[in-house]
Design a protein around this ligand. Structure first.
Ligand code: SF4
Length: 382
């Protein structure tokens, strides 16, 4: 149903289990009831076999195990999934295999087993190093858990380690936000994702807090936190490569980079989203319904849509304007069979006049100001 290309293909595996619900989170995840993972595993393996032909013979350039909290699951399940990906799709040389982990779920033994299974990149949800803020966020780990997990991961040989932090938290001051960045940098991560707290309306946080009203920091305070973070991270050798992502050279997350470049990735697991050559889809966000569909040999499809060339072109622009490498207008033009410089002469002139982006050859690259205003910049092309 979908044509393949020569670009690398990825695989995203959604493992929707958590120890409990964090009050700010609106991801699809549910408590890990006893035995549930053992019920899901055979369905995932069967589904992987069913979906593998979609890659058109391309080996995987990256695998991303996200959630939820994939590290809650026994390492044996992760090993089985990676082995099945190797068997049915093949792993390209130096395939990046990332696993999202909660620091409180790891031990030296588990890390060793994950590494032996083939995981070569760990993304630790540190979120903050302030015990009171972690408690407020409903996290089930302490700053000490994060420090211990990083030390243990390094000791067993993980050479690619990322930390997630959230800023703009209730009651957080600029000094506290700086403290979080400095505490993270002490652990010498290879990659850092830094997200401003978002208030999804249907979450407890969304109901409890109104944006910009105390105890949430004001917009100016949030901007000051972002500026301070940028300065500290860049000084420590972590270069910004996307609005919320920073890395030492060569440690940019391949799954995310490929997504932002409009790349192809298969999806596996309840609630997972995939994209292949302009078709995107999601699998049922319901563990039971997903398992039943796969058992019956049916695609557990929640929705799918075929993007028009214009929609694909706009997505390339919207995603590219969030990245430092920018938008390749030659690719956009090839999709549209028209010159995007003519088609969007007005928006391009506006971007340049406002100092949001500059054009170098075929590359449209956002400035630091443009990265801050990425949504507004993309909106000019609608
Ligand atoms: S651990 Fe992550 S996925 Fe699970 S509820 Fe908390 S924020 Fe959401």
């Amino acid at each position: 149903m979908i044509s393949s290309g020569t670009r690398p293909c990825g695989l995203y595996i959604h493992l929707p289990f958590c120890a409990g619900r964090c009050p700010y989170c609106d991801f699809f995840a549910q408590p890990l009831a006893p035995g549930l993972a053992r019920v899901l595993l055979p369905a995932l393996l069967r589904h992987l076999e069913m979906a593998a032909p979609l890659a058109g013979g391309r080996a995987l350039g990256h695998v991303y195990l996200g959630g939820g909290t994939p590290s809650l699951l026994p390492a044996g399940i992760i090993a089985r999934l990676i082995q099945a990906a190797r068997q049915h799709l093949g792993l390209a040389p130096a395939c990046e295999i990332s696993l999202e982990a909660n620091p409180g779920t790891l031990s030296a033994g588990k890390l060793q087993a994950l590494k032996a299974a083939g995981v070569n990149r760990l993304s630790l949800g540190a979120q903050s190093f302030d015990p009171a803020l972690l408690k407020l966020l409903g996290r089930r780990h302490t700053p000490q858990d994060t420090r211990r997990a990083v030390a243990q991961a390094r000791a067993v040989g993980f050479a690619n380690l990322s930390l997630d932090l959230i800023y703009g938290l209730p009651g957080q001051t600029l000094a506290m936000a700086r403290g979080d960045i400095l505490a993270a940098l002490e652990l010498r991560p290879d990659h850092l994702s830094l997200y401003e707290l978002t208030l999804a309306p249907e979450t407890p946080f969304g109901r409890a807090y109104a944006k910009g009203r105390p105890p949430l920091p004001s917009e100016d305070q949030v901007l000051a936190m972002e500026d301070a973070a940028l300065e500290l991270l860049e000084a420590a050798g972590l270069a910004r490569y996307e609005v919320s992502n920073f890395a030492r050279p060569g440690h940019e997350c391949r799954h995310n980079q490929d997504t932002w470049r409009g790349g192809d990735y298969l999806a596996l697991g309840p609630g997972a989203h995939g994209h292949l050559a302009g078709r995107r889809w999601a699998w049922l966000a319901d563990v039971k319904a997903y398992v039943e569909a796969v058992r019956a040999g049916r695609e557990p499809l929640e929705f799918s849509e075929d993007l028009t060339p214009r929609q694909r072109a706009w997505e390339l622009i919207m995603l590219g304007l969030r990245t430092v490498e920018g938008v390749d207008l030659a690719r956009v033009g090839a999709l549209l069979d028209r010159d995007p410089r003519r088609m969007w002469a007005g928006p391009l002139a506006q971007l340049s006049a406002q100092g949001w982006a500059r054009l170098e050859g075929d590359l449209l690259m956002p400035t630091p100001l443009g990265l801050r205003l990425a949504d507004a910049a993309a909106g000019l092309f609608l």
